[in-house]
Ligand binder design. Structure first.
Ligand code: GTP
Ligand code: MG
Length: 234
């Protein structure tokens, strides 16, 4: 949606707040504190993945974790998503309707590693899995593949505990390559792409998926290689 329209909607939804300087300031502080909580959720989860990565390194084992990235959803995307869902722009609606303000992405060498990583994080006592979307077993129509988990993690402040949802995307290097390039090709809507861009992207996704499978077949020859692909309850 057009950014200007979205901002106008946000201003309309918050007219009462914006008409009073004290309440503008109060809302800003509240929003800052909310983002701090999501940032803390990201830190909790990335630390867990960092620790696992270090464990495999120090044991001199093949590492199922190639890279760990994280991001906090930017305010404009938060507003855009609430508007898309037909919700007004408010603190309450962010907390009760968005589960992807905190996002962590783990990139793995092989398909089996994706499920291994998901299993290791899901089994931790202080992580509770809320939803699993397996876009590897059930790819999106456009060819997108990835394993998505929404987990809750505790964040302790000086006086209370908060339960923070974090979206974890786990995918192979090949899936990540496709998703990054597809995102770039679709991000800017203001220039014309060839008409077959979608079918080209789908076809590339399928070739990449085939390659991932062939690479995994080779990996099965590695000592101690275990196939975790069937391990995640659906
Ligand atoms: P969003 O509103 O986009 O967050 O989608 P959703 O709430 O329906 O959840 P879904 O699990 O489908 O997607 C969550 C996230 O996965 C997105 O924000 C993207 O980061 C990623 N994603 C999903 N589909 C695609 C896709 O087709 N291409 C790319 N590049 N990324 C995708
Ligand atoms: Mg999202």
């Amino acid at each position: 949606m057009n950014q200007e329209l979205i901002l106008k909607q946000a201003i309309k939804d918050n007219r009462a707040t914006l008409s009073n300087p004290d309440s503008i300031y109060k809302s800003m502080l509240e929003f800052q504190q909310l983002l701090m909580l999501y940032d803390a959720g990201i830190k909790q989860i990335t630390t867990k993945f960092d620790i696992l990565k270090e464990e495999f390194n120090t044991k001199n084992l093949r590492n199922p974790i190639e890279a760990i990235h994280s991001r906090i959803k930017d305010p404009m995307s938060i507003i855009e998503k609430l508007t898309r869902k037909g919700l007004s722009i408010s603190y309450k609606n962010i907390v009760s309707n968005l589960t992807d303000v905190a996002g962590v992405r783990v990139v793995c060498p092989f398909i089996s590693d994706v499920y291994h990583v998901a299993k290791m994080i899901s089994e931790q006592d202080d992580v509770s899995v809320i939803t699993v979307k397996d876009y590897i077993k059930n790819p999106k129509q456009n060819g997108y593949r990835s394993l998505h988990l929404i987990v809750n993690v505790d964040v302790y402040l000086s006086e209370q505990k908060h339960i923070i949802p974090v979206e974890i995307q786990v995918r192979t290097i090949a899936m990540d390559f496709w998703a990054s390039l597809e995102h770039q090709l679709h991000y800017k809507k203001d220039f014309k792409m060839p008409e077959n861009v979608d079918s080209e992207l789908k076809s590339c996704a399928d070739i990449i998926a085939q390659t991932d499978k062939r690479m995994q077949e080779l990996a099965k020859n590695l000592p101690n290689f275990k196939d975790y692909s069937q391990d995640l309850g659906e």
